[in-house]
Design a binder for this molecule. Sequence first.
Ligand SMILES: Cc1cc2nc3c(=O)[nH]c(=O)nc-3n(C[C@H](O)[C@H](O)[C@H](O)COP(=O)(O)OP(=O)(O)OC[C@H]3O[C@@H](n4cnc5c(N)ncnc54)[C@H](O)[C@@H]3O)c2cc1C
Length: 563
Amino acid sequence: MQKKYDVVIMGGGLAALTLSIQLKRKKPEISILILEKRETAAATAAHKVGESTVELGSHYLREVLDLKGYLEEHELPKHGLRFFFKNNTKENIASRVELGPRERLPVPSHQLDRGTLENELIRRTREMGTVVELGCRVKDVVFSPEGNEVTYIQNKQELKATGKWSVDASGRGNVLKHKLGFKKDWDHDVNAVWWRVKGVVDIDDWTEDKTWKNKLKPGLRYLSTVHFLDEGYWFWVIPLGSKNTSLGIVADQKLHPFDTINQYTKAMEWLKKHEPLCYEKVKPYGEDEGLLDFLILKHFGHNTQRVYDATERWATTGEAGPFLDPFYSPGTDFISMNNTWLSDLILRDMAGEDIALRTLIYEQTHLSLFESWTCIYQNKYQLMGSTQIMVVKIFWDWAVYWSVLALLFTNNAFTDLKLLKELFASSNGLGRKFTALHKQMQDFFIQWKPYDTEIFSDRYIDPFDLEFLRKFQQGIDEQHGSPEKLVERVSQNLEVLEKVASEIFRHVSKHVKGTSSTMKVNPYTITLNDDSTDTQSTDALAFDEAIAKDVSIMWFYKKEQLA
Ligand SMILES: Cc1cc2nc3c(=O)[nH]c(=O)nc-3n(C[C@H](O)[C@H](O)[C@H](O)COP(=O)(O)OP(=O)(O)OC[C@H]3O[C@@H](n4cnc5c(N)ncnc54)[C@H](O)[C@@H]3O)c2cc1C
């Protein structure tokens, strides 16, 4: 007789394993079966992408799953995201504009060797009582009120397992999307190729320039997730705890067609042309036995129409749901949010609660968050060669992420229905305003492109030199005690964002159109396309000296006079 479980998880990658640990930590007696296709333990280094974590996902792994000790001992601490922009002498890393933190960051994040991490997660979840079966390919699932029946192949035998809940965590295996047809296309034609090499690639060794080296303490640049950017692409260098290195190219199909990068030799030729120093420095690592793998993924972005179903008790998590873009390393963030919603639903259901309405609200919030995040990436690869715009955009995107999304997550807001309603459902709610402002800014960055023509060199810019950004990042872990206080903080953060948006507009508009550097600006109306930016009404914000000082730090063109 087949065994019945509370939850059967199809696929056993990061999303599956973390979900099982989250459920077990909340309810140790819950019975979980994980069916994973891979037959053996995961390989060190050459396993999967998803190696760089940012604040939200790091909080989830460290605090919610209690992996802090493991991560500090066995994976690398991360020294933020680091960007090197286009210039005329790409052969000299020291001459490129560099953006990244100088000092150690108060809010931690990690560089993960996904192979070692997944092996550890399997060990932990098994220790907690989860059954993890390797070498199992899930074929189908049939939903029934008595329990969903999952059919899978193991050792050439067709087997079945029943779970009250069935969760699709098969990543791009997309078991449920295929079965139920809820895939949704997303117009974001960007491709990726990546490979792992044996050994440590440390960009600090790429020059003898002592002044450049001394800008950071030794070893810190190495710990960053490094991006080299130019129009239509970025190239990553990520250190791994196993003393190997992950390298990858992510490129817009329109500007760098997939068939120019989709084999190792082609990727190296492409690198030689677009990033000659990177080519020269990483090539030796890929020779002889040094190349550990080479993987490709065409058109990686995808969306979904569904995430959870309370009636048939199924759900998706991780890449089996939607996937955006890896530029800011948000994959683990989406897993963290999704698993938090999903584990809450499963546990409430098991406790006998009617979860129909809650399921609907979580699904709508999830999908609308995804939608509001798409504008960060969609059509934005064309901006990657525009240094000034990208510096401002990266700071803006971080500001929004730290001040709202990460803050809400660390304060457990996503499972508070009243809060979600207040933030995202009411027509005048903060969530709506924040989405509208964010969209306005992303459109504005595109409008700015024809005017940003200068190529800059020899600059270092540290996000934490900007007071508002420093405060936003440090505020992530602050606990606000009550929903009212949290809403108050989000509201204050939105006010800062509004002032920042207005000030960015003042700077750009003065540069492009010669307008006043102290004019009033309604941030929800900013545009360079015509004169419709509201600078007169009562909604227009007055010049703010402290914010203007911060924005002037990220301004590379001739400094405008402050008031
Ligand atoms: C180019 C690129 C770079 C990225 N970089 C980052 C980053 O730096 N940071 C970050 O946080 N995220 C990053 N991501 C996202 C990250 O890779 C994903 O969020 C994460 O790996 C998804 O985990 P998952 O468990 O959903 O899928 P996976 O880890 O792919 O796990 C799915 C599992 O299901 C198994 N499976 C598939 N089909 C079946 C089946 N039929 N039956 C049984 N098992 C099955 C597979 O073997 C696999 O182990 C990146 C993504 C891309 C494309």
